[in-house]
Design a protein around this ligand. Structure first.
Ligand code: NAP
Length: 247
C-alpha cells in the first residue's frame, strides 16, 4: 500500500485521512500545539520534524510515497518546510488549501497584511473580538486602549493584551452563538485571519448584521511551485492518481 503523509491540524486534514483510510496507508502529522487534539483515523505522529531536513529524513525513513500539506493556511513555516522536503526527496507534494472568504454586500472588511497591521487597524476601537488564535497575541500586547475578547482553544500565555478576557472554545461556531457574543460583550470590531471554511464563518455574518467592521488578515501564499487543491475531494483524487491507487 502506498504511504501518504498528511500534515494536518485542520478539519480538512482529518477528513482527508478518513477518505483515504483503507485504500492507502495514512500517517497524519500534528504539531502538538493543542493539548487534546481531535485525532484523525489512521496512524498519527505528533511534534516537529526538525525543519525541512528533518521532514525529508522522516519521509525517507518511513518510505512515504506522497505528502499532502493540509495544514492551516496560516501555518507558513511547515508549508515552506514541506516544499523543501519534497524538493529534497522527489516525493510529490500537494497543498490542500480551503478557499479564503470573500466580502459580500453590507460587509465592512478592512484588510491587514499581518497581525501587526491588524493591531494598528484596531486602534480607536474599544471592544475587540480577537479570533486569530492564541499564537500571535504578542502582536496585540502593546494595544492598551482597547479591551480584547480573545477566543482560543487553549489558554493563552503572555505576552498578550493588558485588558483581556478569554473564551476557551473550539469551533465550529453557530450564528446564534456569534450574535450573542457580539451583543453581550458590546464588540465594536472583529479581527480574524482569512482562514476560510464554514466552521468559523458565522462571525462574519454576525458582524455584518451588527454593523461592525471586520479586520481580515490576508493569508500567506502557497510556496512557489507547489500544486494546490481547494477541497478534500480534489486532494483525495490527486493522491489516488499520483500514488496509483484505484478509486
Ligand atoms: P508553523 O508556524 O507553520 O510551524 C512551526 C513549526 O511547527 C514547524 O516548523 C514544525 O516544526 C512544526 N509543525 C507545524 N505544523 C506541524 C505538523 N502538522 N506536523 C508536525 N510539525 C508541525 O505552524 P503553526 O502556525 O504554529 O501551526 C501549528 C499547527 O496548528 C499546524 O498543524 C496547523 O495546521 C495548526 N493550526 C494553525 C493555525 C494558525 O492560524 N497558524 C490555526 C489552526 C490550526 P519543525 O520545523 O520542527 O518540523
Amino acid at each position: 500500500m502506498p504511504h501518504v503523509l498528511i500534515l494536518g491540524g485542520t478539519t480538512e486534514g482529518r477528513e482527508l485521512a478518513g477518505v483515504l483510510g483503507g485504500r492507502v496507508r495514512v500517517t497524519s502529522s500534528l504539531a502538538g500545539r493543542v493539548a487534546a487534539p481531535r485525532l484523525p483515523v489512521g496512524e498519527v505522529r505528533v511534534g516537529g520534524f526538525g525543519g525541512a531536513e528533518g521532514m525529508a529524513a522522516w519521509v525517507r525513513e518511513h518510505e512515504v510515497d506522497v505528502v499532502v500539506d493540509a495544514t492551516h493556511p496560516f501555518a507558513e513555516r511547515i508549508s515552506f518546510n514541506a516544499a523543501g522536503a519534497a524538493a529534497a526527496t522527489g516525493v510529490p507534494l500537494l497543498a490542500l488549501r480551503r478557499p479564503g472568504w470573500a466580502a459580500g454586500a453590507g460587509d465592512d472588511w478592512r484588510e491587514a497584511g499581518s497581525l501587526a497591521e491588524a493591531a494598528e487597524a484596531v486602534a480607536g476601537f474599544e471592544r475587540v473580538f480577537l479570533t486569530t488564535g492564541r499564537q500571535g497575541l504578542a502582536a496585540f500586547a502593546h494595544v492598551g486602549g482597547a479591551h480584547f475578547l480573545v477566543r482560543a482553544v487553549d489558554a493563552p500565555e503572555p505576552p498578550f493584551p493588558p485588558r483581556m478576557d478569554v473564551l476557551l472554545e473550539r469551533g465550529p461556531f453557530t450564528l446564534d452563538g456569534e450574535r450573542e457574543i457580539i451583543a453581550r460583550h458590546r464588540i465594536d470590531v472583529v479581527v480574524t485571519k482569512d482562514s476560510g471554511g464554514a466552521a468559523t464563518a458565522p462571525k462574519l455574518t454576525a458582524a455584518r448584521e451588527a454593523g461592525i467592521p471586520v479586520v481580515v488578515v490576508r493569508r500567506p501564499p502557497v510556496p512557489e511551485g507547489v500544486e494546490a487543491a481547494a477541497t478534500v475531494e480534489e486532494a483525495a483524487a490527486w493522491v489516488q492518481r499520483v500514488a496509483g491507487v484505484s478509486g
